[in-house]
Design a binder for this molecule. Structure first.
Ligand code: SF4
Ligand code: SF4
Length: 309
């Protein structure tokens, strides 16, 4: 069980495939490579077909002991579940979006929706403001029972938006259907420190001590570069959670990279896990595309080792 695993391990590594990553092939490859590399938790979108891909990837890696799958549930206002869309009437065919997408989700100025993880890089770089982000939500009461039946180890709620009503509705549904470990991913983009803590304390009223992970998100999906400054906000957010003395496991995310564990230690953060998405995926992307699987595993191994030491 994930709870026992968290209790007995000092630090764990969580690979974030992307709450909006609905590409079954990509998720299978990422879970395979990072399972081989020593990752223990795999964060995927809340879709049955993607859960199957992640299970396949782990199984093919030949290492199934102490591997746990967490499904991520986004909500209204959550960038993790938004998808880019191009207004062709405004597009000037410059090709910038094709080049800047970190997830290879744009081909010839067309969005491959299943691969889009909602990072907004293309939207920000488009010179003609032709790209916008559209939210995609799921019917949790329908999808969740299917996922639980198939076997999951954790459910993560992205509780960062300003839409209180949506958060409480989803939090209540999750707590009603699932009695395992829950994770709350939260950042400060929409909420100040006080509001973040007030929300978390209210959420934890429904939880027993140490059955919840708080994933302290610095700047969501910002970790493409392997620099200290990229991971600074993630560590700062973890410190805010730590100082609140909540009965939770702290994970650090959102701008995480190979420097995160060093910086967190310098700052005396007593974290349980490091969750890496953008940087972990970028690190192996080229090798996966060129089918250099062994090379991808070696790079992934170095990253996992840095985080676990
Ligand atoms: S960056 Fe914008 S204008 Fe350029 S090709 Fe992409 S959508 Fe079109
Ligand atoms: S750059 Fe980000 S938002 Fe745009 S298509 Fe790629 S993954 Fe989606």
């Amino acid at each position: 069980m994930l709870k026992d695993f968290l209790e007995k391990n000092k630090t764990v590594f969580k690979l974030v495939c992307g709450a909006g990553n609905e590409c079954a092939e990509d998720v299978e490859k990422l879970t395979y490579v990072y399972s081989k590399a020593g990752a223990q938790i795999f964060d995927i979108c809340a879709k049955p077909e993607i859960l199957l891909s992640a299970k396949r990837g782990i199984e093919k890696s030949g290492i199934t002991k102490d591997k746990y799958i967490c499904v991520s549930v986004g909500m209204k206002g959550d960038p993790h579940i938004a998808k880019a869309t191009i207004d062709k009437s405004l597009c000037i065919n410059c090709g910038i979006c094709d080049r800047v997408c970190p997830n290879n989700a744009i081909k010839n100025h067309n969005i491959i929706e299943s691969k889009c993880i909602g990072c907004s890089v293309c939207e920000n770089k488009c010179p003609n403001k032709s790209i916008s982000m559209v939210e995609k939500d799921i019917d949790l009461a329908v999808e969740l029972p299917k996922l639980i039946e198939m076997g999951i180890d954790c459910i993560e709620l992205h509780a960062t938006s300003e839409y209180d009503e949506d958060i409480w509705e989803k939090w209540n549904i999750i707590n009603r259907y699932y009695d395992g470990i829950l994770s709350v991913c939260i950042d400060r983009l929409n909420l100040g420190n006080k509001q973040v803590l007030a929300r978390l304390k209210k959420m934890l009223q429904q939880r027993k001590p140490y059955t919840t992970i708080i994933q302290a998100d610095g700047i969501p999906m910002s970790g493409c570069d392997d620099e200290y400054k990229t991971t600074l906000q993630a560590v700062a957010m973890a410190e805010i959670i730590q100082d609140a003395n909540l009965p939770v496991y702290i994970f650090i995310s959102g701008g995480t990279n190979s420097k995160t564990s060093k910086l967190a230690k310098i700052c005396n953060i007593d974290y349980k896990g490091i969750a890496i998405g953008s940087y972990a995926r970028k690190l192996v992307r080229k090798d996966l595309m060129e089918n250099n699987i062994d090379k991808a595993i070696l790079s992934a191994k170095d990253l996992v080792k840095e985080c676990l030491c």
